[in-house]
Design a protein around this ligand. Structure first.
Ligand code: NAD
Ligand code: LMR
Length: 339
């Protein structure tokens, strides 16, 4: 029997990420090849004509899974009945800016859209915040939509996670699909901590730790980390626009794994509210390693994963680690205080 369509909201749908994301959703990359979808696309009035053009293209592409398209500038209409909300609407940073520099513009958007989602989305709507600063926007959304369960509000750090896998695959000249279990700790910002101390590679001789295969530990502790932390800025420098196809693809990965489950033995990184795990202050939106089953994420626990014990835990138990580890939390808290 055919499945009921799932309603997916994409805010900022006339923008770069939106344009890359909606065809992926309509093709089944987000919810699976047998899941019909109805797209709700929201943008602001100056972008209405362009948004309508995106709708025309979706119709022209004749996606079999796409059962309806709503293109609107009315936030209430956009949020009504949605099961999944991908919050991309906002302003991207430009070359030379940090993501927190767009905070004042974007945070106010998330305050107002939070109440529309809270009042009009379907029960148990799952929310993914993509717009920057992503952790802070998600925290604002959580604060201003108190009746949405905190477990349902997440932000995108899967792009950073995928970037980490991509760097390892390039370094070892192997397929990216053979690399797994990287971890992004913290914020989607340059203070994040990409950690491959527990990542592994599938080889003909079984699963091998990344740190055994990458002979140059200095690279793992140095350039690998800064490359992932600075990748967004490198893309802006090269393209003059921020990442879009990789962001859209990673947003699909995030929702797909959340809804359909992570593969056996694999974790992924998601920005989720902290329950105090790993001594991250409870209530912050922070990127952790998670596994997902039956539409619920859980933070991967276990002493083995504690950053202090890992190869890339940097300066075990020392000052350097705690600075790296808590900087993202402080940044999020500052964002919260100023608004
Ligand atoms: P863009 O400027 O191309 O598109 C943004 C769209 O949002 C525009 O169409 C704009 O009109 C719309 N918009 C603005 N205010 C809105 C509102 N109140 N309601 C609905 N729509 C609104 O930008 P982009 O490249 O698509 O990036 C979007 C956001 O995603 C930026 O904040 C960017 O920094 C962020 N981003 C995050 C990640 C991540 O990994 N978390 C990755 C890439 C980009
Ligand atoms: C990214 O990581 O590519 C996005 O957050 C865009 C940016 O501003 O870097």
């Amino acid at each position: 029997m055919a499945k009921e369509p799932v309603r997916v909201l994409v805010t900022g749908a006339a923008g770069q990420i939106g344009y890359a994301l909606v065809p992926l959703i309509a093709r089944g990359a987000m919810l699976g090849p047998d899941q019909p979808v109805i797209l709700h696309m929201l943008d602001i009035v100056p972008a209405a004509e362009s948004l309508n053009g995106v709708k025309m293209e979706l119709v022209d592409a004749a996606f079999p899974l796409l059962k309806g398209v709503l293109a609107t500038t009315d936030v209430v209409e956009a949020c009504t009945g949605v099961n999944i909300a991908v919050m991309v609407g906002g302003f991207p940073r430009k070359e030379g800016m940090e993501r927190k520099d767009v905070m004042s513009k974007n945070v106010s958007i998330y305050k107002s859209q939070a109440s529309a989602l809270e009042k009009h989305a379907a029960t148990n709507c799952k929310v993914l915040v993509v717009a920057n600063p992503a952790n802070t926007n998600a925290l604002i959304l959580k604060e201003f939509a108190p009746s949405i369960p905190e477990k349902n509000i997440t932000c995108l750090t899967r792009l950073d996670h995928n970037r980490a896998l991509g760097q390892i695959s390039e370094r070892l000249n192997i397929q990216v699909s053979d690399v797994r279990n990287a971890i992004i700790w913290g914020n989607h910002s340059s203070t994040q901590y990409p950690d491959v101390s527990h990542a592994t590679v599938t080889t003909q001789d079984g699963e091998k730790p990344v740190h055994e295969l990458v002979a140059d530990e200095g690279w793992l502790r140095g350039d690998f980390i800064t490359t992932v932390q600075q990748r967004g800025a490198a893309i802006i420098k090269a393209r003059k626009f921020s990442s879009a196809l990789s962001a859209a693809s990673s947003a699909c990965d995030h929702i797909r794994d959340w809804v359909l489950g992570t593969p056996q033995g694999t974790w992924v990184s998601m920005g989720v509210y902290s329950d105090g795990s790993y001594d991250v202050p409870a209530g912050l939106i922070y990127s952790f390693p998670v596994t997902c089953v039956d539409g619920e994420w859980s933070i991967v626990q276990g002493s083995l994963l504690k950053p202090e014990t890992g190869l890339c835990g940097v300066r075990p138990l020392g000052k350097g680690w705690s600075r790296t580890y808590f900087a993202p939390a402080r940044e999020t808290m500052r964002g919260r205080r100023t608004k």
